[in-house]
Design a protein around this ligand. Structure first.
Ligand code: GLU
Length: 473
């Protein structure tokens, strides 16, 4: 079977990390099976439409490296499909169900439906629609259809229950008695989510529906629709909810939820993909770092968990740190540049050295400015430890190093240990007494990276300059 999956977001704004995970699982499954993934924008709820949302979504996927297959009408660039451009299809299909007696028009006003719901609530009865319009005669229906606003509802069959197989949850059963005669077509002629989703999944040849657990309760309705159309039902896989650390549903109130926010904070796309992949799935061993290709080869729907997955920000920061350390330097340099707010040259060899060093010391790209500023400016005037620089022992230390470094061009970061020993032998200065003033003089803080690392980044000439600038007289 040729696997075909889809990611079907409603364009209500940014890409949620939960949406990214659903899209990623679909992508991984499609790629691991040599199949296809399509992007379908479910934009039939006009009231929830947000300007620019689709562009934002597409650009987030672009950055995350998730590409979709297929183009509507087989023209031009791939994807997305827009449901709002397919309204006639939904109407045509719903009419078929009405003709077969499997769906019916309902003329009840929202006032009547509200009143009915409230009455049933007070009586503690099911708030389902009472099928008032099902008792209308054919003539009444024909007349009202031409003159009154109406919706089309699916007639839920009287059979007792519906069971379907879900790859994550095995067999899932719902009682038909709990399922309302759901609206398929709204009075404005737009389909509801249920109708458009099922019609499209069928027409687009979707074989596997991989989506969030919040859609599980919609699935029996979808299956009843497939049955009404006499279409084969796709395989379902509902992925667990994402949770805050206190186990409530992941919400904006307890942290960022938009992919864009994480990218802005300086999380690398590669790290976010890896982190999100492990929210609700694992390959069965302790391994935690996976490239996208490794994820593709390891991924299986069967290993998706049923229990909710906690979105742990500390773990994401740790994982980002791992990616910062281990991705090729040229990639980290490219990712870093947009985050640099210092007025420095980011195109030279020094910048590469600075990033290569600093990437081991930060968890977020936004932390880079604070980390690298010492390698670019050397302002000690207002430093609280400034007095240390003018102490006699510091001054003789600085002079000794300037002489040594100037006379001997061959000092390298690797051989600098020998200069440190020589300083001890000749001046009797060692340990803290050497490192604190030296680091303050060449780097700007008493504590920080080791002296050879600073030397490696700044180079001999700049070290000599910085030392000269603190030598008095
Ligand atoms: N439009 C739904 C959403 O916004 C799609 C759910 C599904 O995948 O069926 O997530």
């Amino acid at each position: 079977m040729n696997v075909k999956v889809r990611f079907a977001p409603s364009p209500t704004g940014y890409l949620h990390v939960g949406g990214l995970r659903t899209a990623l699982y679909n992508y991984l499954y499609a790629k691991s099976e040599g199949g296809e993934i399509i992007l379908r924008i479910e934009d039939t709820d006009q009231s929830r439409k947000v300007e620019g949302a689709v562009e934002q979504l597409m650009s987030a996927f672009d950055v995350m490296g998730i590409n979709f297959d297929e183009s509507p009408n087989n023209e031009g660039d791939c994807g997305p499909y827009f449901q709002s451009q397919r309204l006639n299809l939904y109407k045509k299909h719903v009419n078929e169900l009405v003709d077969k007696g499997l769906a019916y028009p309902c003329f009840c006003s929202s006032e009547r439906l509200d009143k009915l719901r409230k009455e049933k609530q007070t009586q503690k009865l099911s708030t389902k629609y009472d099928r008032h319009c099902l008792s209308l005669s054919k003539d009444e229906i024909d007349e009202k259809c031409n003159s009154e606003p109406h919706v089309i509802r699916l007639k839920i069959p009287d059979s007792e229950s519906i069971t379907f197989n879900d790859t994550v949850r095995n067999n899932v059963t719902f009682n038909n008695a709990e399922i309302d005669d759901q609206v398929l077509l709204k009075s404005d002629g737009f389909p509801t989510y249920h109708l458009a989703n099922v019609v499209d999944d069928y027409l687009m040849g979707v074989t596997h529906v991989i989506r969030g657990e919040e859609w599980l309760s919609s699935t029996p309705k979808h299956i009843l629709l497939y049955n009404a159309f006499e279409w084969d039902v796709p395989q379902f896989a509902h992925v667990p909810l994402l949770l805050n650390p206190d186990k409530s549903k992941l919400s904006k109130r307890q942290g960022d939820v938009a992919v864009e926010d994480y990218l802005k904070k300086g999380i690398l796309p590669e790290a976010l993909i890896n982190f999100v992949a492990l929210l609700g799935w694992n390959p069965g061993d302790d391994c935690e770092i996976f490239s996208i290709d490794e994820l593709i080869s390891e991924f299986s729907l069967e290993r998706i968990h049923t229990s909710g997955a906690v979105f742990n920000q500390e773990k994401l920061a740790w994982m980002n740190g791992e990616y910062l350390k281990n991705l090729p330097l040229n990639k980290i340099v490219i990712h870093s540049k947009p985050f640099i707010t210092l007025d420095i040259n980011t195109e030279d060899e020094k910048f590469n050295r600075v990033i290569d060093f600093s990437r081991n010391r930060v968890s977020y790209l936004t932390e880079l400015n604070d980390e690298i500023k010492y390698f670019y400016s050397h302002q000690l005037e207002n430093h609280s430890d400034k007095a240390l620089l003018s102490e006699a022992s510091s001054q003789s230390l600085f002079k000794f190093w300037v002489t040594e470094l100037s006379e001997n061009e061959t000092w390298t970061p690797e051989t600098l240990k020998a200069l440190i020993s020589k300083t001890n032998d000749e001046l009797g200065i060692k340990g803290k007494n050497l490192f604190f003033p030296m680091r303050l003089a060449i780097y700007g803080e008493c504590k920080g990276p080791d002296i050879p690392s600073i030397y490696n980044i700044l180079g001999r000439d700049e070290i000599i300059n910085r030392l000269n600038s603190v030598i008095i007289g």
